[in-house]
Structure formats: structure tokens, C-alpha cells
Design a protein around this ligand. Structure first.
Ligand code: PLP
Length: 437
């Protein structure tokens, strides 16, 4: 819902996401302040945000004074020091915050855009297709598909990759049903809503992986419709692997239609991006020649970033397959370290095989959650052990957690609460389960 309100000196639009949305409880970044502007027709308060860094007009003839430049530089310097601090204490989301793309610095003076099909030149010549196809080729080799058999592109993120993959599925099977486990990323269900597809949610096991028996039962209930299946290799919250063939290796040698991964997560990149690869035969249904761009349109966004492919190309060359493999090993070992230390402290914790996500009892301290930017869901929190999450950082966090934890229940020994429904009896540290009852 979009409404228009008048405030002295300005007319602007305020959008109200939904009737249930509670503006008052919506939390704003600490340096923003919310004020109630007016009440809309439904009697709901319309809140606007006062931005401390509101954009203002340059004085006089529009020339920027050195004073104004200095003001802007100061605002940015404060911002940079604040995100530097926040970067140091980030543990909850799957982003590798450790990267150095300094050598690509001068490219920021260019608007690089890869509109159209990566494999077909476009009339817009400031592109980075040569890097884009090289990155695609690297992943195609990794996933065992021949050059003449695949198509793909560098997306603007994971959501776009999921949108593309699910759309390819729907175009191949217009009356298909989308199956996705309830632990799938929310973008999967968003795609189903956008495409108005029939979507069947499948239960999950405690590990976060799909419940195979429930999946089978639901498939059998819809025998007359093709199945479009979203398979998770590492679910968002628990890192569960949907192990449909008992060998969680990603490969086009298996009956997989398309694969989507992220560039800004494990690899690390200053902007969101991803890689989407599909079998060439599937893309024709989406492709349309567009005279205006002199290329073919087959992607969700019209003109994806031309910078992202260069960052990925640089990272892949810099680390190499073996470098990435080594980073993965370190992350898995560090994740085991974190899980073991939590368990040793009497805190329920779970770590799936092949996963770098440690799920544990949600800390009873909002300040701690905010400081370490933990992602929480119900009674559990998780830490994603990325390459920038070192043992020292984990120790810092653990010390902080252990110290604050001793204050939660006042005096005496802290009792772990039961989270066996989330992480299983064997991982739970509540009194009943730790005594092996
Ligand atoms: C992160 C993630 C997404 C969303 O990616 P964005 O880049 O944030 O759009 C989608 N699916 C999965 C499985 C993810 O982990």
C-alpha cells in the first residue's frame, strides 16, 4: 500500500508494507531516529525517519565549497570506522568479510554492464563478458558439464539465481509443482508466489535436511504433475544437506537442471553476486532476441553488474581451486572447534557433516546478539564459520558469551534450556538430555 502525506515543505510517498506491520516495533539503525508524522486513513501511525545525513542542496550556484567536501569526507570517515568495527564482530551471516581487491580499484571509474546474453556481444561495449564467461567456464568444469552443454550468467545475488532456476523449471514444466523443504531460503517461496506456481512445502529432519519420507509421500500424492525440486546443499539456518542420492557432490552428471551459488558468501566480494548455470537446452524457452541491446535477453535483471564477474575472476585466479579447498578445510575444522568448546561449556550445539554452520542455544542477551550479529530463529542462534572467522575471533566470542552467560540466571550455575526439538537430544545440553535420559 502506498499513500501520500504532506509535511511542511515536502510531498513524499510513504509505503506501508502490510496491515500487520508494526512501525513502532520495527527497529531502525541506531543512528536513525523515527518520528510519527501523521496517521493514515486506517488510523495507523505513519512514521518517517530523520536521517542525520540528509542530502542537502549545494549552496549558491551549486558549486561545492571545500567546507562541504570536508563535511562529506568526515561523514564517510565516521561511517567507515563504524563498519570496520562491525566487520570485526560479525559471525552470524554467511559472508566472508576478508578480501582484498585493491588492484581493481581504478575500475570503479567505469560503468561496466553485461546486459544480454554473456555469450552474445551486445551493442553496449563497456562490458566484462570475457571475464564472465571465464568464471562460468570454471564452475562448469567444477560441476562436470561440457562447454557446449551449458549456459549461465553472473547474477546480482542468490535470490536472482533462485528466481532464474525456478523460472527455468516452470518454463520446462508449465504444470509442474515446486517442491522445497521448509528450511529452504525464503527467496524460493518468494519465487513461487511471484510466478504463481503451485508449491509444496516438505518437512525437514532435525538436521535441517529434507524429510525423505515426507517428500516421497508428497510426490506420490501428485503423480500427474511434473516435479520441480529445489535441493539445498547447505540450508540457510542449519546447513543441512538434502541428500537425495546419498552422495552430496554437486555435478551435472546427475539429473540436475540448474545450479545457483553465491559470490559474496564463501568467496567474498564487496557487492552481492552469484553464479547460475543451467543446461543449454533449458535456456531457449527464456531467450528473446532484443534489437535494442543487440544481444539476447535471458536473464532476470536486464543488465547485471559488469564489475562482479571481474571480482570473481580475480578471486578464483588468486586462490585457485586448491586455495579454496584449503579454506574450506580450515572453516570445517574451526567450526568443529566452536561446537566442541560450546558443548564443553554445557551449551547445546549442533554441527552438520560438510557444514560450517554451528547452531546453538540462543543467548539470553540481546546486546551480545547485536554485538556479534548472530542470526537467531526461535530458541536457536547460529554462527557461520567463514574464512575470516579465525580461532582468535571465536575465542573472543566464547569468552564474551561465557562471561555474559553467568549473569543470565543470577547467581549459581546456568541451566541450559531444552532445544532438543531444534538440534536433537544428543546435542542438547539441558539437564534431562545431558544426563542421557
Ligand atoms: C544467501 C542465500 C540466498 C539469498 O541470496 P541473496 O544474495 O541475499 O539474494 C538464497 N538462497 C540461499 C540458499 C542462500 O544461502
Amino acid at each position: 500500500m502506498v499513500g501520500s502525506v504532506g509535511v511542511p515543505g515536502a510531498e513524499f510517498e510513504v509505503s506501508v508494507p502490510s496491515d500487520e506491520f508494526n512501525w513502532r516495533s520495527a527497529s531502525l539503525p541506531e543512528d536513525f531516529a523515527a518520528v510519527v508524522l501523521a496517521e493514515n486513513v486506517a488510523g495507523k501511525e505513519i512514521v518517517d525517519t530523520i536521517f542525520p545525513h540528509a542530502v542537502t542542496e549545494p549552496e549558491g550556484g551549486g558549486e561545492n565549497t571545500s567546507e562541504r567536501e570536508a563535511y562529506m569526507a568526515n561523514v564517510l570517515a565516521i561511517y567507515e570506522s563504524s563498519i570496520t568495527e562491525r566487520t570485526k564482530h560479525h559471525l552470524g551471516f554467511p559472508f566472508n568479510l576478508d578480501f582484498d581487491y585493491g588492484v581493481l580499484w581504478s575500475l570503479q571509474n567505469f560503468y561496466i554492464n553485461n546486459c544480454g546474453d554473456p555469450f552474445i556481444e551486445s551493442s553496449y561495449a563497456v562490458h566484462s563478458r570475457q571475464f564472465e564467461v571465464s568464471v562460468l567456464e570454471w564452475f562448469a568444469r567444477l560441476w562436470g558439464i561440457e562447454n557446449h552443454e551449458y549456459w549461465g550468467y553472473i547474477t546480482n545475488g542468490g535470490t536472482e539465481g533462485n528466481f532464474q532456476g525456478i523460472l527455468l523449471g516452470r518454463e520446462a514444466f508449465p504444470d509442474g509443482i515446486l517442491y522445497a523443504s521448509e528450511d529452504s531460503h525464503y527467496s524460493v517461496f518468494k519465487a513461487a508466489r511471484m510466478y504463481r506456481m503451485k508449491c509444496v512445502k516438505v518437512n525437514t529432519l532435525i538436521s535441517g535436511e529434507i524429510d525423505y519420507a515426507d517428500f516421497k509421500a508428497k510426490l506420490l500424492r501428485n503423480k500427474n504433475n511434473p516435479a520441480i525440486v529445489n535441493v539445498n546443499i547447505g540450508t540457510t539456518v542449519k546447513g543441512g544437506v538434502d541428500n537425495l542420492d546419498l552422495a552430496p557432490k554437486i555435478s551435472f552428471k546427475k539429473p540436475i537442471g540448474s545450479i545457483s551459488v553465491f559470490g559474496h558468501k564463501f568467496v567474498g566480494c564487496p557487492m552481492p553476486c552469484g553464479v547460475q548455470i543451467t543446461r543449454l537446452s533449458h535456456i531457449y524457452a527464456l531467450s528473446r532476441d532484443v534489437e535494442y541491446i543487440g544481444s539476447r535477453d535471458a536473464t532476470i535483471t536486464g543488465g547485471p553488474s559488469g564489475h562482479a564477474p571481474i571480482y570473481l575472476w580475480y578471486a578464483l585466479n588468486h586462490k585457485g581451486y586448491r586455495g579454496i579447498q584449503k579454506e574450506v578445510q580450515i572453516c570445517l575444522t574451526n567450526a568443529q572447534y566452536l561446537r566442541d568448546r560450546l558443548r564443553a561449556e554445557g551449551i547445546g550445539a549442533m554441527l552438520n557433516e560438510f557444514s560450517n554452520i554451528v547452531v546453538f542455544e540462543r543467548p539470553q542477551n540481546e546486546e551480545l546478539i547485536q554485538k556479534w550479529q548472530l542470526a537467531c530463529q526461535g530458541n536457536i542462534a547460529h554462527i557461520v564459520v567463514m574464512p575470516n572467522v579465525t580461532i582468535e575471533k571465536l575465542d573472543d566470542f566464547l569468552n564474551d558469551l561465557i562471561e555474559k552467560r553467568s549473569t543470565w540466571s543470577g547467581k549459581g550455575k546456568v541451566q541450559a534450556f531444552c532445544i532438543s526439538v531444534d538440534i536433537g537430544k544428543e546435542n542438547c545440553a539441558c539437564q534431562r538430555h545431558s544426563e542421557g535420559v
